[in-house]
Design a protein around this ligand. Sequence first.
Ligand SMILES: NC(=O)c1ccc[n+]([C@@H]2O[C@H](COP(=O)([O-])OP(=O)(O)OC[C@H]3O[C@@H](n4cnc5c(N)ncnc54)[C@H](O)[C@@H]3O)[C@@H](O)[C@H]2O)c1
Length: 253
Amino acid sequence: MSTTEQRVAIVTGAARGIGAATAVRLAAEGRAVAVLDLDEAACKDTVDTITAAGGRALAVGCDVSDAAQVEAAVERVAAELGAPTVLVNNAGVLRDNLLFKMSDSDWDTVMNVHLRGAFLMARACQKHMVDAGFGRVVNLSSSSALGNRGQVNYSAAKAGLQGFTKTLAIELGKFGITANAVAPGFIATDMTAATAERVGMGFEDFQAAAATQIPVRRVGEPADIANAIAFFTGDAAGFVSGQVMYVAGGPLN
Ligand SMILES: NC(=O)c1ccc[n+]([C@@H]2O[C@H](COP(=O)([O-])OP(=O)(O)OC[C@H]3O[C@@H](n4cnc5c(N)ncnc54)[C@H](O)[C@@H]3O)[C@@H](O)[C@H]2O)c1
């Protein structure tokens, strides 16, 4: 692939939140972007934002945990936009509960969307990246990978994504492909709004309480994460691979 050719990115879970901000950001950098989410119609706002700014985007309906849907979606992107060589595994769900109350389906749903979804998407996209001799994979981990009460499923999946990322980096590096993880702290999206509702707090109060615990004294915005993802997906980041970047307004350990 010549470096002047437009690179094609797939962002999963891009109908809203961090995924939508990332899709818009990558398009602003000149990528053609597949805006992938469960419901194709729900991708319209993100696609319209990109096209209104003069970019190229395609709405793709797909459940990332379903192998047949993933294969079909990636082939559709390749046919309609071009070979996908940038992949952002962002789709995610929460099924929070303390261990003794967590159901089998709470566990399986979170594993299937985050871990199986990232695996299926990466496996379907890697052949296009290998053929191009170029690829960028970014997986969304979380500060919860370090452990978080009520999230035994989610923290295990997000820690798992860090191991997945490092192994992708080792296996795919020789093909010009990098893999990195971005691990956000508290970001104001529908996901954290739903958590506020679940614990019986107004979203404004919930954010204000979280901000007191964050060194920069504010919660994050989707654009904070999109900025980090844009760095890892850039042509200039070719020697940065297998890393986990916490983007949380302060250090975490
Ligand atoms: N918001 C935060 O504070 C935060 C913190 C750390 C990590 N993250 C991670 O960042 C990512 C984005 O989070 P967000 O806050 O924007 O969430 P969000 O709930 O606002 O958006 C998630 C999107 O993923 C889509 N999705 C869910 N299941 C899917 C599936 N099976 N197939 C395709 N799409 C699917 C949803 O439809 C939704 O549009 C997630 O992986 C999340 O775990 C978020």
